[in-house]
Design a protein around this ligand. Structure first.
Ligand code: FAD
Length: 448
């Protein structure tokens, strides 16, 4: 029997597990056997942050499709809610925006469940991914990886040091450790040029509510808040089955900012009447990458997922799937030298995300700018209200822009170009004019 070559994957989140699944699915076809070892100390069977990869858990249809193609369809009990649209809230009012007609979006919980809620193993998305990889033949070592030794001799195996002084040798090592880990900093010291992505902070709370209250108050909509609050880039409330996930993002966000956000009149009005922030609730402070890592590869070593590159502020699981799948492809094609990895792995990832993320940054900045201006926000709401009356999705350019911006379901470049359309600019100018006329009319009536 042929000796299997070993690939060690550090991290059993979405990037690591999809990479393992692809390697195990394709290995027999490629005529080679790969032994796949996944390291992750987390078991997604603990309540609260220790058993969770801290995320809002909005899953795009592309993610579901990829899992289905791999023969591991997401079981229905894992789905917390199917999302019907967004509610867009600003300081000066808000409205519900429908979803793109064919799009399906749902919410899941990454870990076992928030502290204090009686969820069980069947609810954990990350546990489902990891279990699926193990069922396909991956070995899971429940341990923390401390360092990787890169040998001078290009034929010698790489060494993964983990747990209580143990070592595993592997021909290929893939780091899928995300950005909420100390491993990226240690990789920076390995000497091949890796620099971890820059990050910003989020504070996330899982607020328990009974199922009826979630349905009644949140109506299967993700609430997105552009309130222009100091220190908070944006906030969102994502409905789950028996709780809602509240996320606020900003450069130095803290729990106090999250509570300031929750107490804002435009936010608290979405909760049941008389609702108050509970004294205890499950919360976490994860980091989000906002740039790409530098030098994510060296001979027989690749960084995938958030620790390398992801879509700016949106759809991180989908980008983790992309980099994880591409990494599996280059391993199976045996393109493992540093230069081959640059050509066949880094370049396609950069083409897909790096430049597009610049447009994403610009769009989010524009959104912040509009959120701080009463005039621009009122004009945008006016356009959105007019579009709400139209039946055809194609005649709702501003609704489309916000849908794609909130879901990350189209390249940022396309959204940016759409935002520049003359017809939309013209409608914005008209809306501003109508807003100004209304304001002057009100002032005139007051003056008389
Ligand atoms: C507040 C917030 C909300 C988000 N909401 C969404 C959303 O709604 N939808 C979406 O698509 N994306 C969302 N994201 C982004 C998404 O969470 C990430 O893009 C995605 O999880 C990245 O996957 P990953 O596998 O690269 O890293 P991770 O999910 O971070 O997984 C890394 C894994 O590696 C393990 N690990 C780390 N270091 C070591 C080590 N030294 N040894 C062994 N194991 C290790 C960890 O335990 C973990 O399991 C959100 C992110 C944040 C912060």
């Amino acid at each position: 029997m042929a000796v299997k070559r070993r690939v060690a994957i550090i991290g059993g989140g979405p990037a690591g597990t999809i990479c393992a699944l692809r390697l195990l699915q394709s290995a027999p076809d490629a005529g080679r056997g790969w032994e796949v070892v996944i390291f992750d100390r987390k078991v997604f069977l603990e309540f609260g942050p220790p058993g969770c990869n801290m995320c809002a858990g909005v899953i795009a249809d592309t993610v579901m499709q990829q899992l289905e193609e791999l023969g591991v369809p997401v079981p229905t009990e894992l789905i917390q809610r199917r999302i019907e649209g967004h509610h867009f809230e600003t300081r000066w009012g808000g409205l519900s925006l429908p979803k793109e007609p064919e799009a399906t979006l749902c919410t899941v919980y990454r870990g076992l469940g928030p502290k204090g809620l009686g969820y069980d193993e069947r609810r954990s998305f990350d546990q489902f991914l990891l279990r699926s990889a193990v069922e396909r033949g991956a070995q899971h070592i429940r341990a923390l990886v401390h360092t990787i030794h890169f040998p001078q001799d290009s034929r010698a195996p790489l060494q993964v040091h983990y747990g209580e002084g143990e070592t595993l040798e592997a021909e290929v090592v893939i780091a899928a450790c995300g950005v909420n880990s100390t491993l990226p900093t240690r990789l920076e010291q390995a000497g091949f040029g890796y620099r971890a992505p820059a990050t910003i902070h989020a504070c996330q709370a899982e607020i328990p509510l009974d199922e009826d209250a979630v349905t009644r108050c949140f109506r299967d909509e993700i609430k997105v808040f552009s309130l222009g609050l100091p220190g908070i880039r944006f906030g969102a409330i994502t409905p789950k089955r028996e709780h809602v996930t509240v996320t606020v993002v900003g450069p130095h966000i803290r729990r106090a900012d999250l509570e300031r956000f929750l107490q804002h009149p435009q936010v608290i009005r979405h909760f049941p009447p008389g609702w108050q922030i509970p004294s205890e609730y499950c919360h976490c402070h994860p980091k989000l990458p906002v740039t790409a890592a530098r030098c994510p590869v060296t001979d027989r070593f690749l960084v995938i997922g958030d620790a390398y590159i992801s879509r700016y502020l949106k759809n991180g699981i989908e980008s983790a799937f992309y980099t994880g799948s591409l990494a599996a492809e280059v391993v199976l094609q045996n393109r493992l030298s540093r230069s081959e990895l640059w050509h066949y792995y880094v370049r396609p990832c950069e083409r897909r995300y790096r430049w597009d993320n610049l447009y994403g940054r610009l769009l989010f900045r524009l959104n912040d700018l509009i959120a701080r201006s009463r005039w621009l926000t009122a004009s945008r709401l006016r356009i959105l209200r007019k579009e709400a009356a139209a039946a055809d999705w194609e005649t709702k350019p501003e609704t489309q822009i916000l849908w794609h911006l909130f879901t990350g379901s189209a390249p940022y470049r396309d959204i940016f170009h759409r935002a520049l359309w003359f017809s939309l600019q013209w409608r914005m100018a008209q809306a501003l004019w109508e807003e100004a006329r209304e304001w002057l009319g009100v002032r005139g009536r007051r003056g008389r």
